[in-house]
Ligand binder design. Structure first.
Ligand code: OGA
Ligand code: MN
Length: 299
């Protein structure tokens, strides 16, 4: 992230917004001068404000145990227990709040989820009625190349929507599919179908208002198996494709290249993220927490 107008917020803690092209806001700011193991209430309030303002925050050079990661995460609210891993293993390292995202296989058993492939654009668990408000990833091992994570700013995507497209999107609801996880794996206990109308999932407004910032955004979830309520499948796919290709333009995206010790925290309500694939023979180990949502996304 390039340095631009660092803003001192508390003691030595500073917010360094990401530089975007003029008129093209992107998500993301780096918070410097902070050790997440030891933050007081004033520093936390400043971090929370920056998270609402910038949607994605990067903290570098952290030294967190799982306990530290959980303690910092809990400041944002109650945590979800990690979803069951693709291999049916439920709790990594005996801590239900920690979800391991990794391609590493030890003694024939995957230590985490999502493998080494691409994770396509998504919002975490938007098939729930109250999806998580925040997720964070802490990098323990990173591959020499690949595995970058990108974030797209759904406020910016909404604000830039051409009028005609915005009018067509107004008032619609999208069915958010619950069949597949971020790595494209079928969620445990689900029998996949090709018809999004039959699949498990939840309807949410296509245009939502963020409960804390009051700003409006596009709320897309994920493309696969999405369906616009009341539409025929072909019409739904056509309009969704148009909105998706608009929303995921590079100018709304920030791509993060990981270093060990990075913690990235995102607002899961107003961003989507994706991950580049990486070489299966290299190691990537991330520990992750997820903060419970408090309310369904509202128009
Ligand atoms: C996630 C996720 C992508 C990554 O943890 O929710 O999508 O970069 N991870 O590992
Ligand atoms: Mn995800």
């Amino acid at each position: 992230m390039s340095s631009q107008k660092a803003q001192l917020i508390d003691g030595s803690v500073a917010v360094v917004p990401r530089r975007g092209a003029p008129g093209a806001p992107r998500p993301g700011a780096e918070i410097t001068g902070v050790d997440l193991r030891a933050i007081d209430d004033a520093a936390f309030a400043a971090i929370h404000r920056a998270w609402i303002d910038h949607q994605v925050l990067l903290f570098r050079d952290q030294h967190l145990t799982d306990h530290d990661l959980i303690a910092f995460s809990r400041r944002f609210g109650d945590l979800d227990h990690a979803p069951i891993q693709e291999n049916g293993q439920s709790i990594a390292n005996g801590m239900p709040e920690i979800y391991v995202v990794s391609n590493v296989i030890e003694n024939g058993v995957a230590i985490g989820s999502l493998g080494h492939g691409e994770a396509v654009w998504h919002t975490d668990m938007s098939y729930l009625s109250a999806p998580p408000k925040a997720s964070m990833l802490y990098a323990l091992e990173v591959p020499p190349a690949g595995g970058d994570t990108s974030f797209v700013d759904m406020y910016a995507a909404f604000e830039a929507l051409p009028d005609a497209l915005r009018r067509r999107a107004m008032g619609l609801r999208v069915k958010h599919d619950g069949t597949y996880n971020s790595g494209g794996y079928v969620r445990l206990g689900v029998t996949p179908t090709d018809d999004p109308r039959e699949a498990p999932g939840t309807l949410h407004p296509l245009i939502c208002t963020h409960p804390e910032s009051g700003r409006r955004m596009l709320y897309l979830g994920r493309r696969k198996m999405a369906w616009l309520e009341g539409f025929g499948l072909a019409e739904s796919d056509a309009l969704l494709d148009e909105i998706w290709s608009f929303a995921t333009q590079k100018k709304f995206v920030w791509t993060h290249q990981w270093r060990v010790g990075d913690l990235v925290l995102w607002d899961n309500r107003c961003t989507m993220h994706r991950r580049d694939p990486f070489d299966a023979n290299t190691r990537r180990v991330m520990h992750r927490t997820q903060v419970k949502g408090s309310a369904p996304p509202m128009a």
